[in-house]
Design a protein around this ligand. Sequence first.
Ligand code: SF4
Ligand code: SF4
Length: 132
Amino acid sequence: MEKGDAYPRVKCVVDTCTHYITGDYCSAGNIDILFEEEGRMAQTIEQTMCKTYAHASSVANMIGSMDNVNWSGTMSHLFTGDQVRPTITCVVSSCEYWADGNLCVAEAIEVTGRHANECQDTNCQTYRKKQS
Ligand code: SF4
Ligand code: SF4
């Protein structure tokens, strides 16, 4: 999918993540939304997580995260105030907003887990269980 208005805005409050930018933005190029327990599809918000989370206090994490930075979006955000947003790869197929190709078709998502210490402390707050 091309970057543009066709993919969700991302609001994230996880202020301990190396990708977090003040104003509740995410500077990652792409984020991976997963279910927490291997082999068990998420049924609730708490069972989802942002796997791209990396704790900002770790130098190794900061260096490791450098190849997944949305540089153009971040620069544009800094200079013009444009919203910076990553692309999303989501494997939580039990969610109402999930689409083939591991896409998220929500207009916007919110990642929660302020003060998180590990990715399991984060959630996709926008998760809504698919009614089948
Ligand atoms: S927790 Fe995920 S969405 Fe939030 S800033 Fe980190 S990588 Fe981005
Ligand atoms: S809203 Fe649903 S499909 Fe979109 S990222 Fe969150 S869990 Fe995945």
